[in-house]
Design a protein around this ligand. Sequence first.
Ligand code: SF4
Ligand code: SF4
Ligand code: SF4
Length: 409
Amino acid sequence: MSLFGRFRRKDKTGTVKETAKGAKNEVKSKPVPPVSGGSYVKTAGSVSAAQLPPADLGELLPGAPQNGKINLAIYWAAACGGCDVSLLDTNERILTIGDMANIVMWPIASDGKEHDIAEMEDGEITVSIISGAVRNTENEHMVKLLRKKSKIVVCYGSCACFGGSPALANLVPGGKNEILDYVYKKIPSTASFQADYHPNSPVVPQAKYEAPEGELVLPTLYDTVKTLDQVIDVDYFVPGCPPMQESISHMLKAVADFAYNGVALPPKGTIIGVVTKTLCEQCPRRKEYRRITKIVEPHEIDVDPDLCLMDQGILCLGPATVGGCNARCTKAGQPCRGCYGPTTAVQEQGASALTAIASLFPVLDEDATMEESKVIDIMTTIKDPLGYFYAFTMGKSLIKKSVTEKGGK
Ligand code: SF4
Ligand code: SF4
Ligand code: SF4
């Protein structure tokens, strides 16, 4: 079975020819077209412009493909639902997605059970769009099942791409037991519940429970939260928390171009919706590269609307973040928190941000004005350094995990 089944097209003489879409040597694929104003994909070594106009899906989808709709699955693993909602940012284009695809699973919006997917043939799903990190047995089972049943898997959103906020759980030294203990026994609301109803033996969720109706099973948490590509093979990546509308429309355009027009898919591993430069290069704020002597939060000062936030002492991860969102946060007066992830030149986004900030302290000048103790004083004013610098990328960090040394430190 070819990727999109059989399709028919007219040659120059008007003769209808039938070929298998996506089958090598059968479809003469057109090259991936350039997007006016900038490229929408990043592959190793490519350089793209900064502007990312949305793709016009309306022109591309004049009803269903000639040989029937493609099968589309949308699944959330450890996710907040924002990525699912972002798919609706396609506005009226969502109607053309309905023309193009049978949605075989989308837990937030339609039916489609695990057993429905399990009963499908391998490769029967054309595209699975998966958001969220992998942090429990159900997440792992479902993403492996969808990988088996899908031709294309899209890793969608920062949690799936880099671990996102769920992966900050990797910083809890005691892992899942410490988390469950805290959540179900120590926070005020649950502590009060346990005191009232289970004073002698607090309860936490059990993986299995024998109910009169039969055995009930809950997913089991993992000690380490993983990114999607640490668990399954992934074809494309769409970063962002959530991804921008432009990224979404370009992802769908790539699929639609392939389904309708025989255009080659982008190379495997393509990151959709980013450019190769840093966010700073998309940011319109004036950069003066001032020295930092004090770190502040935006609400603590009258923020200059035109000046770089770092110049004003506000921590901004723009220098360590790949461009693509067109600086949506800094244009709105908020610092970048790095949700699009690092550039390809950087392995560690958090360490890269720390380096960028450290370079702004007046300690390396010929006439250094800041002592080491003063630097430490300033850095300790950052309330949650790991949480700040790895808000989205802990799952991909070299740090990996917090552990407790023998002796309890
Ligand atoms: S990437 Fe952001 S919007 Fe998407 S699931 Fe994670 S937290 Fe939610
Ligand atoms: S550090 Fe932040 S505010 Fe400054 S130029 Fe870069 S992205 Fe813009
Ligand atoms: S400015 Fe930074 S945090 Fe905001 S959307 Fe862009 S990459 Fe994400």
